[in-house]
Design a protein around this ligand. Structure first.
Ligand SMILES: [Zn+2]
Length: 116
């Protein structure tokens, strides 16, 4: 699931600035009481809110969960709801993926030439 921030950057990149703008102000567009219901997976809010047609339930869920149950990532210092405890340190999934990539690189067998 993409974070709101990632989506915002994506929309800016592909030139759909109205979407980026909408996401930027999502906190003003959807009242906190609705946010709470979205967090609780209450899809009836979709009937009560007037939303652009590109706004998906996943997007709303990801927004409602962002920064609420989240923890501050020790590496990138972003607040993320998708975090894990890694060696007793809170890190977000994004950093975890990066860490794993690094570890795989490190774990690569050495070049035979390095042994000589
Ligand atoms: Zn992080």
């Amino acid at each position: 699931m993409e974070s709101i921030e990632e989506l915002m950057l994506k929309y800016q990149r592909i030139g759909t600035r109205d979407r980026a703008k909408w996401l930027e102000t999502i906190d003003q567009k959807i009242p906190p009481s609705f946010k709470e219901r979205i967090k609780n997976d209450d899809k009836s809010v979709l009937r009560e809110l007037i939303l652009p047609d590109w706004v998906t339930w996943d997007l709303l869920r990801s927004w409602s969960l962002e920064g609420t149950e989240g923890e501050l990532c020790a590496l990138c210092e972003n607040n993320s709801a998708n975090f894990v405890l890694y060696k007793n340190t809170v890190i977000c999934n994004k950093c975890l993926t990066e860490l794993k990539t690094l570890e795989i690189k490190d774990a690569k067998p050495m070049n035979p030439q390095d042994y000589t």
